[in-house]
Design a protein around this ligand. Structure first.
Ligand SMILES: Cc1cc2nc3c(=O)[nH]c(=O)nc-3n(C[C@H](O)[C@H](O)[C@H](O)COP(=O)(O)OP(=O)(O)OC[C@H]3O[C@@H](n4cnc5c(N)ncnc54)[C@H](O)[C@@H]3O)c2cc1C
Length: 662
């Protein structure tokens, strides 16, 4: 190990499992209790979820799409088939419904089906991961006798007041009261410690490492959208020209870049003078925000670099891919001087106050857990949105003979076919075994892109539409640190890092539930959240960049993620006394190669976040999600929308389609 790595703490004991190209390397952890060590070793065998102590949320290292979860699916993508029944063993089981995919959509499909068919309906859910929930993933850390919970994927219930009817009813039926959002989120905690959003300028991109905190005492405006990683003065809604000027003067940016950025936020230059409002909208929909900066504003490279990863973890890509019109909806500057503020306010998606979002410590994993507790009551105690956080889940109860609903983890569906008009056969691979079960109905709630491979009998046109579904890759990381005094000294709780490996960083959300309290004092251990958006590829079209990003993400070793975390956090927080080698205690890297669902027009190469202005021909997901015999199709891909409520609404539609046909 070289000197630099030692200084970063690459030789320190943290629990980690490092897999690259299938090879595994385990490093033990004296600091962290690891009650699942035995089960971890077993995770490839068929009874893994029945093993004593099997508890995947407590695993760290590479999570999300963890090693062992995706390799089979990739074999199918590359041509392997399981269509010969002699290749699998018949379990003899017959279900009313088999659901492929145990994410929010698959769990919701089971819930909606059971609601109509009754509590005795026999339902099997199979998922290729070692945990249920899909993107709604829980990460846990045990440290110094304390359990810290954080989210590994889905962040929160966004804008629940606007939830569509079935999603709203499901959430309420699970005992989740969205009106408690401002009681469980302590909006005062970080401001009371004088912590603000900031920007980290890295030396490689901006010539000097510098962390610039937002102005003290400034809080985000009321119409601030989610993901508060930026200084409040740069957010939409504040419009404080003095504060913006003063912030820019503290950055290492050149005078030219400062002036360009100031002008974008506060100036009155109409960059599209001569265009009507309608023409401006058409133009801004057809170009990326970075194209707007370079081709229309004539901005410098520095200004482009400053805005490149703005809200990237929220949008799932850089602003070189986000249509300029969508970017402005999310607070990137320019709309005011273009005269579009009112148009943005009155059309399509409405920015809402982040104070209306409902956060759980583990994000929407709490929704997944509440669904599982409802479907299989013996698996965990309790019945409220408060006790779901610390409810101990017994994974061995997920698949019991006596329970009408069963969840089989570590199980990849490899073949789905009708055996006659009223029976579907589903073959799945679990450990070393290929097994097949039968059902009256099947809901495919997995990614749409895999469906043509596991269900080859679908009509060709439909398979073509499904195969063209795209997802944006991203990495969502939790770092356990011993204390957060450095954040207090530097006056930040979050930072946008436009040029760095991780594009933003924030302390855990300050939450207070009846049975769970996130850290309140700076000498307590804390979890820090970081995002990486891998976007190699430069000029190639978005779908290809996401494919390359997916490849990068799966080819990156834990060691590389770790080194970059230690390096970046060390550089950002050094002046606050942070020492990566000393202060970092554990790291969980949640890879989401098939991350946010989004609409994609293969002809123009454009993405669409709000599909209302697309023709039906462009909305490929409408063709992809057609029912086929006893097989219905759910998942957030069915709405091309990376939202929890979309996953739930599509589950409702899919189950209605098969129930109405019964
Ligand atoms: C990092 C991140 C943050 C997000 N934040 C938010 C947020 O704050 N608010 C919000 O509303 N939404 C958010 N989203 C989006 C939201 O999480 C998703 O829209 C929703 O959870 C998708 O649920 P799903 O069931 O449709 O798909 P998924 O969660 O992808 O579940 C599908 C499941 O099917 C499995 N599967 C695939 N193929 C097979 C197979 N052959 N056999 C068995 N199983 C298979 C998959 O592995 C997966 O577990 C976020 C997404 C990500 C990735």
């Amino acid at each position: 190990m070289n000197k630099r790595d030692r200084k970063l703490g690459m030789d320190r004991d943290i629990t980690r499992r490092d897999f690259l190209n299938g090879a595994s390397l385990a490093v033990t952890a004296p600091l962290l209790s690891s009650p699942v060590a035995a089960a971890l070793e077993d995770s490839a065998n068929s009874t893994a979820q029945m093993a004593r102590g099997y508890y995947p949320p407590a695993r760290d290292g590479l999570r999300g799409s963890h090693p062992g979860s995706f390799e089979l699916a990739h074999l199918m993508r590359d041509g392997k088939r399981w269509d010969d029944p002699s290749d699998s063993e018949d379990t003899g089981e017959m279900y009313d419904l088999v659901v492929v995919g145990g994410g929010i959509s698959g769990l919701a499909a089971a819930y909606f089906y059971q609601k109509e068919a009754g509590p005795d309906a026999r339902i099997l859910i199979v998922d290729n991961h070692d945990d249920f929930g899909g993107h709604a993933k829980r990460n846990e850390f045990e440290y110094n006798g304390r359990t810290l919970v954080d989210l590994g994927g889905t962040e929160y219930i966004e804008n629940p007041d606007e939830y569509p009817s079935h999603a709203r009813a499901l959430i309420a039926d699970l005992g989740i009261d969205a009106d408690q959002s401002d009681q469980v989120y302590d909006f005062d905690l970080y401001p009371s410690l004088n912590l603000r959003g900031g920007v980290f300028f890295d030396a490689e991109t901006f010539g000097e490492d510098k962390l610039v905190a937002g102005r003290a005492g400034m809080v985000p405006g009321d119409k601030q959208t989610a993901y508060i990683t930026l200084p409040a003065e740069l957010e939409n809604g504040t419009g404080d020209t003095d504060a913006i000027r003063e912030f820019l003067n503290r950055t290492p940016l050149s005078d030219r870049a400062r002036q360009e950025i100031f002008e974008l936020f506060c100036g009155d230059t109409d960059y599209l003078a001569g265009y009507s409002i309608e023409q401006k909208i058409i133009k801004l929909r057809s170009i990326s925000y970075i194209d707007f900066l370079t081709d229309i504003v004539g901005a410098s490279r520095e200004t482009v670099d400053f805005f490149l990863m703005w809200r990237a973890s929220y949008m799932g890509n850089g602003t070189d891919l986000t249509p300029a019109f969508s970017a402005m909806r999310y607070g990137l500057p320019g709309a005011a001087s273009l005269g579009l503020t009112e148009t943005l306010r009155s059309s399509g998606y409405q920015p809402h106050s982040y104070k209306e979002d409902l956060h759980f410590p583990d994000g929407n994993a709490s929704v997944a857990r509440a669904l599982v507790r409802r479907l299989i009551p013996g698996v965990a105690p309790g019945n409220s949105m408060h006790d779901i956080i610390s409810a101990k889940f017994d994974y061995s109860k997920l698949d019991q003979d006596a329970s009408p609903v069963k969840i089989r983890l570590n199980s990849t569906a490899v073949h789905v076919t009708h055996v006659d008009e009223s029976t579907v056969e589903v073959t799945y691979v679990e450990g070393e075994s290929a097994l097949r079960v039968r059902a009256r109905n099947c809901v495919l709630a997995c990614y749409h892109a895999i469906m043509p491979h596991i269900c080859p009998e679908l009509p060709e046109q439909q398979k073509d539409a499904l195969a063209k579904t795209i997802r944006m890759p991203l990495v969502s990381i939790n770092v356990l640190i011993d204390n957060w005094k450095a954040f207090e000294k530097l006056g930040i709780f979050s930072a946008y890092c436009p040029g760095s490996y991780y594009c933003d960083m924030r302390l855990t959300y300050p939450l207070q539930f009846r049975d769970y309290q996130s850290p309140r004092t700076t000498d307590e251990p804390m979890t820090v959240h970081l995002y990486r958006i891998p976007l190699p590829g430069g000029d190639v079209h978005a779908a290809e960049r996401f494919r390359l990003g997916r490849h990068e993400l799966l080819a990156t070793s834990f060691e590389t993620f770790e080194r970059n975390i230690r390096d970046q956090m060390g550089r950002m927080l050094a002046e606050g006394g942070f020492d990566s080698a000393r202060d970092i205690k554990a790291i969980t890297v949640n890879r989401w190669p098939h991350g946010y669902a989004v609409g994609y027009d293969w002809q123009s190469g454009q993405m669409n976040y709000w599909s209302e202005d697309w023709s039906d021909d462009q909305r490929l997901w409408l063709k992809g999600r057609q029912r086929f015999g006893r097989i219905a199709i759910a998942n957030s891909d069915a709405q091309a929308s990376a939202m929890t409520e979309s996953a739930i609404e599509q589950a409702h539609r899919a189950t209605q389609e098969i129930l109405n046909e019964s």
